[in-house]
Ligand binder design. Structure first.
Ligand code: SAH
Length: 452
């Protein structure tokens, strides 16, 4: 697997598998996806003021800074902390108190992060122990199975971090393999307990750890990738709506597959019949395979990762789909779209599902230029009456802002377009009401007018 390393990838340990990407604008090179809590702050942690070292370990907030905790937002930023009593170390569970000493929450402490603590529980009588994790994990599992959240898929997000009450913990299931990603000091501390409970409750053949996202560095955590329990099978597959996908859990992006787009991929299938389709940022061919099965006349799929494209082509064969209607192109989408424009190519359905351009609002302006660029080109490449399915997985770009950017792109492309669908992540990626950061994925299906 050879692909250019991004700036952030170069800082990884050599043994860590790197994620494929290319391009010369730094926002192009971000891999997706999930709200990375650690990205919601500046890179350098503020140092925490320490109180008496021999006092009971405790986090005391500045006056008035308990407000977000009272609204049950689970992050305590360093700026909200007046002092930390005792001599706690990263990963310890501490009580959080207001200036009057009133209990607010139990939280995992991380002095190396701008998020000094992440809340485990709001109840003072709660012990943060193996039983606590068993109950949180089984709640997350039963929420998914009992309410039939996910149908027609052997892949599912079992634990969606903060939104499932387990800050920094992501668990994805691909058949009988679980992939775990830990992004918080608290999750790190309870890693073995969590693995034991997952093993007991889910009985997978393997639990594989992909704690190798760049955001770990911002938490002061080492990158780690490898088998946690059991043995990794030679190949891992996920079957979605009857389509089979190979998942490279060890080297693929994120935990290996983008489960969040499941429903949106299925929608694409219903829109594709008789259309010439362009799928940009195709990864292992998700949207492409659905479009082909849905009767697309042709599907051109573009990604910067040669490895992802190789798996995509294998996935096509695995499903017995017509290779003659599929074309795979390894390229930078920003350049490829311009080339297609210059060649006068036209499509009836275009999918734009780029990596995260703006992890936080601080990156929004730069990211907005990136989104506008590809969407403007997308609009220009559409035939009259064509459809643009466009996504943003940037936590730093709100749904409202995304829609405004797309409106600006349509205006500059001189097209009238209507929104036909507002889209989000699949239901196994729930969003806790008190944690809006969980709603990172937004999408629009737009129909371009067929006459002026
Ligand atoms: N739609 C996919 C997921 C896309 S993830 C699915 O449903 O599975 C984003 C993809 O963008 C990754 O595969 C990554 O390799 C690719 N990528 C990142 N920067 C790129 C660039 N500048 N040009 C082309 N592809 C890029």
């Amino acid at each position: 697997m050879t692909s250019p390393k991004t700036k952030s990838q170069q800082t990884r340990s050599p043994s860590t598998p790197h994620r494929p990407s290319q391009g010369n604008r730094d926002f192009r090179n971000r891999t997706r996806r999930d709200p990375k809590p650690s990205e919601a702050r500046e890179a350098t942690p503020r140092s925490v003021v320490h109180g008496a070292a021999n006092a009971q370990p405790c986090i005391i907030l500045n006056e008035g800074r308990e407000k977000s905790l009272l609204r049950r937002h689970p992050w305590i930023f360093s700026g909200a902390v007046e002092r930390v009593d005792g001599a706690p170390v990263s990963g310890d569970t501490l009580p959080v108190r207001d200036t009057q000493g009133k209990f607010l929450a139990w939280a995992a402490y991380n002095p190396d992060s701008q998020i000094t603590a992440r809340v485990w529980s709001w109840r003072e009588e709660q012990n943060i122990d193996a039983e606590f994790f068993r109950s949180k994990i089984s709640n997350a599992l039963s929420a998914r199975t009992m309410s039939n959240l996910v149908q027609h898929s052997s892949g599912m997000r079992l634990i969606h971090a903060e939104s499932d009450g387990l800050p920094g913990l992501i668990v994805d299931r691909y058949g009988d393999v679980l992939v775990v990603q830990i992004g918080s000091a608290g999750g790190e501390r309870w890693r073995d307990t969590i693995a034991d409970i997952l093993q007991e409750l889910c009985k997978p053949v393997c639990i594989f750890e992909r704690s190798d996202s760049d955001s770990r560095a911002l938490e002061g955590l080492e990158l780690r990738c490898g088998v946690l329990r059991g043995t990794l099978p030679d190949s891992v597959e996920v079957i979605e709506h009857g389509l089979r996908f190979n998942v490279d859990v060890a080297n693929g992006q994120k935990t290996g597959f983008y489960l969040d787009q499941r429903d949106n991929r299925a929608l694409t299938e219903t829109l594709a019949a008789g259309r010439d389709v362009l799928n940009c940022f195709c990864y292992t061919g998700g949207f492409s395979l659905y479009a082909l099965r849905g009767g697309a006349t042709s599907v051109l799929s573009i990604d910067a990762s040669g490895d992802a494209l190789r798996i995509a082509a294998e996935n096509l064969t695995l499903n017995g789909l017509d290779a003659a209607r599929a074309e795979w192109q390894e390229a930078d989408v920003f350049q490829a779209l311009r080339k297609l424009r210059d060649q006068g190519r036209k499509f009836d359905l275009i999918i734009l599902d780029p990596p995260k351009f703006a992890p936080t609002a601080a990156f929004a302006e730069k990211a907005a230029r990136g989104y506008k660029d590809i969407n403007l080109l997308g609009f220009k490449l559409l035939r009259p009456g064509g459809l643009l399915c466009t996504y943003s997985c940037s936590g730093g770009i709100s749904e409202d802002l995304f829609q405004k950017i797309i409106a600006g792109a349509a205006l500059d492309a001189d097209v009238d377009a209507q929104i036909v669908h507002h889209l989000h992540a699949s239901a196994d990626h729930p969003v806790l009401l008190s944690f809006p950061e969980g709603a990172y994925l937004k999408g629009l299906v737009l129909r371009v007018a067929d006459c002026s």
